[in-house]
Design a binder for this molecule. Structure first.
Ligand code: GLN
Length: 503
C-alpha cells in the first residue's frame, strides 16, 4: 500500500527564521525578561521575608510593635493587593502605554517604594507598601505578557520559555531572603553598622534598601537590553482611542474588590458569593456563540482552578511556617537552621525542576498533555501534598517530626506549581483576544490575589496542640481539592472545546 500523503501546510509566506540566540535556544528577549523579573522578584520576596517580622518586633528591636492580628491583616491585604492591581496594570498597558513602558515605569515605582521603606518612619512604611503594590501591578502582568509575545502562536517552545522565565523568578526568590535577612537580622551586620556610626536598630531598613537596590539593578539591565525585545510590548497606535472612562471603572472596581475581600474577614459568606459569581460568569461566556467569549469561559475555568491551587500553596508562609517552627526538627545532618529557611525550599525545588519540565515539554512537543489536563495534574499534586501531611500531623503526637516531611511537601507542591503556574501564564497569552492580552494576564494574577486571601482564611484554623485535629485540618483540605481535581478532570474535554483550537 502506498504511504498516506503527508498533509502540506498551506503557507502564503515563508516563516521568518526562529530567533534561537537567547537562554537554551530561546529568543534573545527572554534573557532580558528573565533577569529583569529575577531582580523584581528578588526585591519582592526579599522585602516580604522581613515584612511580618518588622511589623511585630517591638521598638526596642527596631520594629513597629504591631500586634500579630494587625500585622497579619496588613500583610494579607498587601499580598492580595500586589496581585490584584495587575488588572489595572494590564489595562493601562493594553490601552495606553504598552507593556514595554509599563514594565519600566512599574519598576521605577517599585524601587521608589523599597527606598521609601529604607527610612525609619511610619508614613514612609505605608507609602512604600502602596508604591510597591502599584508598581508591581504595572510590571508583573506585563512582563509576563511580553514573554508570551516572543513566540508565535504555533511555536512549541512557548511553555518551555515560560518554565525558564519561572526559574528566573525563583532564582530571585531563593537568594533575596538570604541577603535581606542577613542585613536585617544578623549580629555581624549590626556590629558593622555600629562601627560605621549607624544605629544598629535601623538594620531592617538596610534590608529594605537592599530590595530597592535589587529592583534598580533589574531596571538597569532592562534598559541596556531593551532592544532585544524586538517587536513585543509596544503602545497601541496613536490613532487608537484611549478609554479613560473604562480606566476609571477598572480602578474603582479594583479598589472595591480589595475592600470587599477585606470585609470577608468579618462576613465569610462573601466567599461563597464570590464562587457563585465565578460559576455564573463561566456559564455566561461559555454559551455565547463567538470564539472570543468561549475562550474567555476557558480562561475563567483556569482562573477558578488556579484560585483553589493558590489557596493551598500560599499557606507556605502561614500554616507551613507554623508547622516548621513548632512541630519540625529543623536540622539536617547535625546542622540546625532557623525555621524561616524553609521558605526558600520551594524555590530550590523550582530551580531543580524547571529544567526538567522545560525538557519534558520540548521532548513531548505536540504530544504533551493539554493545558486543562496539566491544570488537573497541578491540582492533584497540591492535594497530594496535604495528604502527605496527614501522617506527618499524626506523628506530631509523639513530638517534633523529621525534616523529610516538609521536603516531600514542597516537592509535591512544586511539581504541581510547575504544571499549573508557568503553564497558566503561557495559556493566558494564547487564549486572550490580542487587544485584551494585558487585561487577561491581570485576571490570571487576580486568581493569585484571591488565592492568597483564601489561604489566610484556611490557615486561620491551624492548631498545633492536637495531632488528631491537625491531621483532620490537612485531610479536609486535601479532600476539598481532590474533589475539585475530579471535577476539572471531568471538564477537560469541554474546556478543550471552549479553547477553540488553542492547546
Ligand atoms: N511564585 C510565583 C511568582 O512570584 C507565582 C506567584 C503567584 O502567581 N501566586 O511569580
Amino acid at each position: 500500500m502506498p504511504p498516506a500523503p503527508v498533509p502540506v501546510p498551506i503557507e502564503t509566506e515563508p516563516e521568518s527564521p526562529l530567533d534561537t540566540r537567547g537562554i537554551g535556544g530561546h529568543p534573545r528577549g527572554l534573557t532580558t525578561l528573565f533577569f529583569t523579573e529575577m531582580w523584581e522578584r528578588f526585591s519582592y520576596y526579599g522585602m516580604r521575608a522581613l515584612l511580618m517580622l518588622f511589623m511585630v518586633k517591638t521598638a526596642a528591636d527596631g520594629g513597629l510593635g504591631f500586634d500579630t492580628k494587625t500585622a497579619a491583616g496588613i500583610y494579607g491585604t498587601y499580598t492580595m493587593s500586589v496581585y490584584l492591581l495587575s488588572i489595572l496594570g494590564g489595562f493601562i498597558a493594553d490601552n495606553f502605554i504598552g507593556s514595554r513602558r509599563a514594565v519600566l515605569i512599574g519598576g521605577i515605582i517599585i524601587a521608589t517604594g523599597h527606598f521609601s521603606m529604607a527610612f525609619n518612619s511610619l508614613t514612609n512604611f505605608y507609602a512604600g507598601l502602596i508604591l510597591i503594590a502599584l508598581g508591581t501591578g504595572l510590571l508583573k502582568p506585563n512582563i509576563s505578557t511580553m514573554v508570551g509575545g516572543l513566540y508565535s502562536p504555533t511555536d512549541e517552545r512557548r511553555d518551555a520559555g515560560f518554565s525558564i522565565f519561572y526559574m528566573g523568578i525563583n532564582l530571585g526568590a531563593f537568594l533575596s531572603p538570604l541577603v535581606t535577612g542577613y542585613l536585617a537580622q544578623s549580629d555581624g551586620w549590626k556590629s558593622r553598622l555600629v562601627a560605621w556610626g549607624f544605629d544598629p536598630l535601623h538594620s531592617w531598613h538596610w534590608g529594605f534598601a537592599a530590595a530597592g537596590v535589587g529592583m534598580t539593578l533589574g531596571l538597569v539591565m532592562y534598559e541596556l537590553q531593551r532592544e532585544r525585545l524586538a517587536t513585543v510590548g509596544h503602545a497601541p497606535a496613536p490613532g487608537q482611542s484611549r478609554p479613560w472612562g473604562k480606566l476609571g471603572l477598572v480602578a474603582i472596581a479594583s479598589l472595591a474588590l480589595i475592600a470587599a475581600m477585606k470585609a470577608s474577614d468579618a462576613h465569610p459568606a462573601l466567599v461563597y458569593l464570590l464562587f457563585a459569581i465565578q460559576i455564573a460568569a463561566i456559564l455566561f461566556f461559555a454559551f455565547r456563540a463567538d470564539q472570543d467569549s468561549k475562550r474567555i469561559a476557558a480562561i475563567l475555568v483556569f482562573f477558578f482552578a488556579a484560585e483553589i491551587f493558590w489557596a493551598i500553596f500560599e499557606q507556605t508562609g502561614s500554616t507551613i511556617s507554623l508547622f516548621a517552627d513548632r512541630l519540625t526538627r529543623n536540622e539536617i545532618l547535625g546542622w540546625s537552621f532557623p525555621s524561616s529557611y524553609w521558605q526558600s525550599v520551594n524555590s530550590i525545588w523550582v530551580i531543580l525542576l524547571a529544567p526538567v519540565f522545560a525538557w519534558l515539554w520540548i521532548k513531548f512537543a505536540a504530544k504533551q498533555p493539554s493545558s486543562p489536563m496539566k491544570f488537573t495534574l497541578g491540582l492533584l499534586f497540591v492535594a497530594l501534598s496535604f495528604v502527605l501531611m496527614v501522617p506527618a500531623a499524626k506523628l506530631t503526637a509523639a513530638g517534633r517530626v523529621g525534616p523529610l516531611w516538609l521536603i516531600g511537601l514542597f516537592f509535591l507542591q512544586t511539581v504541581g506549581e510547575m504544571l499549573l503556574s508557568p503553564v497558566g501564564l503561557s495559556t493566558m497569552t494564547k487564549l486572550a483576544p490580542a487587544r485584551l492580552v494585558g487585561l487577561v494576564m491581570g485576571i490570571w494574577f487576580l486568581a493569585a490575589a484571591l488565592g492568597n486571601k483564601l489561604a489566610g482564611v484556611l490557615a486561620g484554623d491551624f492548631k498545633s496542640e492536637n495531632a488528631g485535629e491537625l491531621a483532620t485540618f490537612f485531610w479536609h483540605q486535601a479532600l476539598g481539592v481532590g474533589f475539585a481535581t475530579l471535577i476539572l478532570f471531568a471538564l477537560v474535554p469541554w474546556v478543550k472545546k471552549l479553547m477553540c483550537g488553542v492547546r
